[in-house]
Ligand binder design. Structure first.
Ligand code: ATP
Ligand code: PRP
Ligand code: MG
Length: 293
């Protein structure tokens, strides 16, 4: 597929676990995506940008070759596509699509670390990542590659163990398998092409990356406002998760208390609010942050 002059292209998964979140991210970065008649290509109406909607397996190569300038893909898929050197540059992790590539097997398999896999056969959709992990651990095992439904391989006696993606563990449990070891931790990442973009699009590309960074940074961030007794100010600010220097302001007519405003970079849980309250904080408000730069 050749590139259209004067337009940036972003590769996103067409349908699947990353599809919706990828579109949300792009929209939150200010791009107005319009779903036209062309299912493969969505256009952006307020910038010269197109979204190429493909199988996630194709995204690393499209970005590496410069068919697309940016892409959103799981690190697991990027790592599996790597054949020697890096394919595309990882710009930033995106905080969604978190999962772990794990070794799992029926409970009956004796397990005493990776060496227990010597001489066995493993089923996986990630033969390269698994092959590297086996080699790093000095294990000699057979690998059978399956496109999907890897978790049924032990039941069909196709393999003694599997190496597959896990998040909640429900799929493993449903198939009578137990997780044994971690091979690779993954989440969705933004990748960019090593091929240069045309000069006229350079600043748009950089701008877009900055905006996406802003959306990702504000994903978990919250604006917290509360009133704190002066005497407990240090303990209260220490409880605010991921906030650097909160703003402390006087409260009119009260010498014993101050107002504290802080941007918390990490999620603010109920437990944190309960601890703040226990230290004497009152009128606690937790507000979402829409954009951050
Ligand atoms: N259980 C999970 N929880 C969270 N993220 C996951 C989970 N399983 C997979 N992922 C992440 O989402 C990505 C896409 O998963 P999906 O199952 O949609 O892929 P796929 O079936 O290969 O899709 P495609 O049709 O695009 O090839 C995976 O490569 C991985 O990074
Ligand atoms: O630990 P869990 O929360 O159960 O998630 C793990 C499952 O999720 C993925 O498959 P997915 O559901 O995306 O379907 P797929 O097999 O079609 O890729 C993965 O391949 C596992 O089968
Ligand atoms: Mg795929």
């Amino acid at each position: 597929m050749s590139k259209v002059q004067g337009r940036l292209r972003i590769a996103v998964q067409k349908s699947g676990r990353l599809a919706e979140r990828s579109l949300d991210l792009i929209r939150n970065a200010g791009l107005r995506v319009i779903k036209g008649n062309n299912d493969l290509l969505y256009k952006v109406e307020n910038a010269p940008v197109d979204l190429l909607r493909v199988r996630d397996d194709d995204i690393p190569t499209f970005v590496a070759d410069g068919v697309c300038d940016l892409g959103i893909v799981g690190e697991n898929v990027l790592e599996e596509a790597r054949n020697g050197g890096p394919l595309a540059e990882v710009v930033m992790p995106l905080g969604f699509g978190r999962c772990t590539l794990k070794i799992a097997a029926p409970e009956s398999l004796p397990w005493d670390g990776p060496a227990s896999l010597n001489g066995l056969r493993l089923a996986t959709s990630y033969p390269r990542i698994l092959g590297r992990w086996l080699a790093e651990n000095g294990v000699e095992a057979g690998v059978i590659t399956m496109r999907g439904a890897v978790e049924v391989a032990p039941r069909l006696k196709l393999a003694s163990a599997i190496c597959d993606l896990v998040s909640t563990g429900a799929t493993l449990e449903a198939n009578g398998l137990v997780p044994l070891d971690t091979v690779f931790e993954s989440q969705a990442v933004l990748i960019r092409s090593p091929q240069p973009v045309e000069e006229a699009l350079e600043s748009l590309l950089e701008n877009l990356i900055t905006r996406i960074g802003g959306v990702v940074a504000s994903q978990d961030a919250k604006y917290v406002m509360l009133n704190a007794p002066r005497a407990a100010l240090d303990r209260i600010t220490a409880l605010l998760p991921g906030s650097e220097s909160p703003t402390v302001m006087p409260l009119s007519g009260r010498d014993d208390a101050v107002a504290v405003h802080a941007v918390c970079q990490e999620a603010v849980f109920w437990e944190t609010l309960e601890r703040l309250k226990a230290e004497g904080a009152s009128s606690i408000l937790v507000l979402p942050i829409e954009k951050m730069m």
